[in-house]
Design a protein around this ligand. Structure first.
Ligand code: SME
Length: 159
C-alpha cells in the first residue's frame, strides 16, 4: 500500500516532499502508463485547490490525452492550440493566471480558472506535457513553476 501524506506548510517544501515521493513511486518501474497514472494520483492528492491534473502525450506531433485525475477532458490537442498546445510548441512552461484571458484556451472544464503546463523533454524530444488546473484564479506561482519543473524532470526518465 502506498500512503503518502504530503502536507507541508510552504510550497517549496511541499514540492520537495512530492518530488521524493514521486521518485520512490516510479523507481524500478518502466511502464510509462503506470508511472503517469500514479504520478497524476499523487499530485492530485498532494496539491491543494486543483480540479484537474494529468498528461497529454506527444503522439506523432499531436497531443493525446493520457492518465489524469479530474473530469473527463478533451482527447486531442494540436501543437500550438490552447495552453497545452502552447507548451508543446514552445517547449516552455505556461503559467496562466486567468485561462479565460489566454488566446485559444480550450475549456475542458468551465470550473478551471488558472493553469500550469510543463513540457516533459527527454533527449531533446518532447514526450508529453504535465497539465495542472485550478478553479482559483492565479493559483500557481513561481514556486509551483520550480516544483512542477522538478516533477517533469523526474518523469522524463520514467515515462
Ligand atoms: N485547458 C487546456 C486543455 C486541457 S484541459 O484543461 C484538461 C488547454 O487550453 O490546453
Amino acid at each position: 500500500m502506498y500512503d503518502f501524506k504530503i502536507q507541508a506548510g510552504d510550497t517549496a517544501t511541499l514540492y520537495r516532499d512530492l518530488a521524493s515521493a514521486l521518485e520512490g513511486l516510479v523507481s524500478g518501474e518502466t511502464d510509462a502508463v503506470a508511472n503517469m497514472a500514479n504520478a497524476a494520483a499523487l499530485i492530485w492528492e498532494s496539491l491543494p485547490d486543483i480540479n484537474w491534473v494529468g498528461f497529454y502525450r506527444n503522439v506523432g506531433g499531436e497531443l493525446v490525452l493520457g492518465p489524469f485525475q479530474g473530469r473527463p477532458a478533451c482527447i486531442r490537442i494540436p501543437f500550438g492550440q490552447g495552453v497545452c498546445g502552447a507548451a508543446a510548441a514552445t517547449r516552455e512552461v505556461q503559467l496562466v493566471e486567468d485561462v479565460n484571458a489566454f488566446p485559444g484556451h480550450i475549456a475542458c472544464d468551465s470550473a478551471s480558472a488558472s493553469e500550469i503546463v510543463v513540457p516533459i523533454i527527454r533527449d531533446g524530444e518532447l514526450i508529453a506535457v504535465l497539465d495542472v488546473d485550478s478553479p482559483e484564479k492565479a493559483r500557481f506561482n513561481e514556486d509551483d513553476r520550480a516544483g512542477c519543473v522538478r516533477l517533469a524532470e523526474i518523469l522524463a526518465k520514467a515515462i
